[in-house]
Design a protein around this ligand. Structure first.
Ligand SMILES: [Zn+2]
Length: 421
């Protein structure tokens, strides 16, 4: 028991003794009054004693665990609670108010406040809870993490995404450092990003600048224009390369598209007006009628008087064998008349056995041979979506292998097949 409390009781008892003495010495005094006041004084003193005791015996509120707690964002927060040190702790504990607004979904500093009203006074303790994000963001590179690039070809960024556990998509915060020169050498592209909590991450892409130019690719598109032409042109434009279109007869709806082929720097070349083997290969005269009809049409549309041609089926075709020797005669005749005819040495088989864009891609990539002119046969036909789908990969991967691209011009050496008829 507290000393003061004991003191108060001693005083009380002394008073009672004095009162008792009075009562015994004055038997005829106002005993009733004395008893009444005695009880009154006793009660007051008891009350004051209790109060005094309680105020001097304030409870102590103690936090369990640490006063400062760090937890990771999105983790679960378990408060460790508090203890009350006081003889009456069980009852007082129930009266403690806990103010906990910790939001573990949000980075920040929070207070957990434990408070108790005790005889008009606030008894409290505060715990600081830091919700922190210590997890680094991640950058994922699109395309190859190491690639080769021939001299003279500009590196085209292959793309990336950055995500953070807390901030979400932070791709737009990525900083790209690129010191690629045109000199032969090994270069790094450094991608780095920092999240809103200051956690940083970086990743590299290696670019090997090579001296060798593996050779030229002439992409050629037969049988257009079609509903795919504009998509093909868009890809060629985004890759900044030129190609060659061997067109067939087209309706006036395609005039603008044919003009666009020319405007964007590609070669417009002649395939066939009818593309009907029975008509074209019926005779030399029939062949040239068909060719000149197309040549005039293209000239009317574009102003280009093309002398670059490709035989339907190629100069090696045997579909013309119903007219024996026609191809042998035609290859000489066209040359005599100043035409340059082109077959191909890489066949995408996109109008034949290739079932999908992967097969188109594989046929082209397998057909490419370094250090020569690669003339790639493809078809600009409306149903030929697989060619469009394969085109970008063919171009980018060929660039990475050191090939460059060109269109066929009047100066391009002819690539021809062996004539079989
Ligand atoms: Zn054709």
């Amino acid at each position: 028991m507290n000393g003061l409390y004991l003191g108060i009781y001693v005083v009380l008892i002394l008073l009672l003794v004095i009162l008792g003495a009075f009562i015994f010495m004055n038997r005829k005094a106002h005993i009733k009054k004395i008893i009444f006041f005695s009880i009154l004084i006793f009660t007051i003193l008891l009350f004051v004693g209790y109060y005094g005791y309680s105020i001097l015996n304030k409870p102590i509120l103690k936090i369990n665990g640490s006063e400062i707690v760090n937890i990771s964002v999105f983790d679960k927060y378990n408060d460790e609670g508090f203890e009350i040190k006081h003889p009456n702790s069980t009852k007082l504990k129930k009266a403690v108010k806990v103010d906990n607004n910790v939001d573990t979904n949000k980075v920040g500093t929070y207070n957990v406040k434990y408070s108790l009203k005790y005889f008009g006074k606030d008894i409290y303790a505060t715990r600081i809870v830091n919700v922190i994000d210590e997890i680094k963001p991640i950058i994922e590179l699109k395309g190859n993490t190491e690639l080769t690039l021939s001299r003279g070809i500009e590196y085209a960024e292959q793309g990336y995404t950055a995500t953070d556990n807390y901030d979400g998509d932070i791709t737009n915060k990525v900083k790209v450092e690129n010191n690629i020169l045109d000199e032969v050498g090994k270069y790094e592209i450094i991608y780095s990003v920092t999240d809103s909590s200051g956690n940083s991450y970086s990743i590299k892409r290696i670019v090997n600048r090579l001296n060798n130019n593996n050779g030229v690719i002439y992409l050629t598109f037969d049988d257009g224009p079609s509903s795919n032409t504009s998509k093909i042109l868009d890809i060629l434009k985004s890759e900044n390369i030129k190609a060659t279109f061997f067109v067939v007869n087209y309706g006036s709806a395609y005039d603008l598209l044919v003009q666009r082929i020319v405007n964007e720097g590609h070669t417009i070349a002649l395939h066939s007006y009818t593309h009907d083997y029975k008509i074209i290969y019926a005779s030399e005269e029939s062949y040239f009628n068909d060719l000149i009809t197309l040549k005039n049409k293209v000239k009317n549309t574009t102003g280009i008087d093309s002398i670059i041609i490709r035989f339907p089926g190629g100069s090696s075709n045997t579909i013309s064998s119903f007219n024996k020797g026609i191809m042998s005669r035609l290859v000489n005749a066209v040359k005599e008349q100043g035409y340059h005819y082109f077959d191909w040495n890489v066949d995408s088989r996109d109008a034949g056995v290739a079932k999908n864009s992967t097969e188109v891609y594989n046929n082209v990539m397998k057909g490419l041979i370094p250090n020569r002119s690669n003339v790639v046969l493809m078809h600009d036909l409306g149903y030929n979506v697989k060619t469009v789908e394969a085109l970008k990969n063919i171009i980018e991967d060929s660039k990475n292998k050191g090939y460059s691209f060109a269109r066929i011009t009047n100066d391009t050496p002819m690539i021809t097949h062996k004539v079989n008829n």
